[in-house]
Design a protein around this ligand. Structure first.
Ligand SMILES: Nc1ncnc2c1ncn2[C@@H]1O[C@H](COP(=O)(O)OP(=O)(O)O)[C@@H](O)[C@H]1O
Ligand SMILES: [Mg+2]
Length: 280
């Protein structure tokens, strides 16, 4: 990959963390992003002209029909995939390859069966060569923060699905990434566990402060957790609408469900998703 940078006076290359005008650059920016996949049998346009600015510390939920490019969008931000057209920037810096300053959580916890919860979390430190003593301290902090005290030495088969996802979340947060990407992290959990995980994630997020992009199929989950919800169209995925949820940072789950801001946002998203599926 080349490191080309345009440095003309009219278009100075932004330095990390700064937009051209000197304002703080968005934590995540997608600009005119298109992704096309070429396979032996067909060409697929997964994303078309996607633009999105996410402020530092903001929590964005992404909803949309299956196959509209939600996972593709997260992979672009992580630098695991390059856009066919357009660009992706993290704090003003163009993404040109796999990024080490992100955390990633998937639907399946993907824990190593022969390692305890703590040692699964510490895998992140080992892969990055982080100082072991500080990493262990950080792991124990996260274990407490996510309510895993007493399970640090348990093996994955001894943990419930919810606990396994907590371990995956701790592993993703170990290196204090400024950006946390979550791809349907609670999709395999039962409804009650999912609500508990939503409450936990909201608290952990407020305590640790990363910018979050969460892909979910759950409208309540999106509205409860996010500052803004991005609604995407069916393939080729575009941003149909961005909904500001407008709830206070301190959010009790049950109380939030009753609030007019929540009902309004959830209703709007349901209408948008309903109207897109009605046409497909
Ligand atoms: N590596 C790939 N090669 C070919 N097609 C792909 C690849 N990854 C994703 N796609 C296609 O791109 C579209 C979007 O996929 P994806 O981002 O996984 O959607 P979502 O996460 O919204 O369900 C789908 O049609 C999928 O089949
Ligand atoms: Mg997906």
């Amino acid at each position: 990959m080349t490191m080309e940078r345009r440095t003309t006076a009219s278009d100075p290359a932004p330095t990390a963390g700064q937009a051209p005008g000197g304002r703080a650059a968005p934590a995540v920016r997608l600009d005119g992003v298109c992704v096309r996949f070429h396979t032996k049998t067909r060409d697929v346009t997964a994303l078309s002209e996607v633009g999105l600015d996410v402020a530092a510390g903001e929590f964005i939920a992404i909803v949309g029909p299956s196959g509209c490019g939600k996972s593709t969008l997260l992979k672009l931000v992580a630098g695991l995939l390059a856009p066919t057209a357009g660009e992706v920037r993290l704090s003003g810096e163009r993404v040109r390859g796999p990024r080490h300053d992100i955390g990633y959580v998937f639907q399946r916890a993907a824990l190593l069966e022969w390692r305890s919860a703590r040692r699964n979390i510490l895998l992140q430190a080992e892969m990055r060569g982080l100082p072991p003593v500080a990493a262990r301290r950080r792991a124990d902090e996260l274990i407490t923060m996510t309510g895993l005290d007493g399970f640090a030495d348990a093996y994955p088969h001894e943990l419930s699905g919810g606990m396994q996802q907590r371990v995956a979340l701790c592993r993703a947060l170990l290196h204090k990434p400024p950006v946390l990407l979550m791809d349907e992290p609670f999709g395999a959990l039962d409804a009650l566990t999912r609500e508990q995980m939503n409450t936990e994630l909201n608290r952990v997020r407020r305590e640790t402060g990363p910018t979050v992009l969460l892909v979910t199929h759950s409208i309540p989950e999106a509205c409860y957790l996010a500052d803004r919800v991005v609604v995407m169209s069916p393939r080729p995925g575009t941003v149909t609408e961005i909904i500001e949820v407008g709830l206070p940072a301190e959010r009790d789950y049950t109380e939030t469900m009753e609030r007019p801001e929540f009902r309004e946002a959830a209703g709007r998203i349901r209408t948008l998703l309903g109207s897109v599926s009605a046409h497909h």
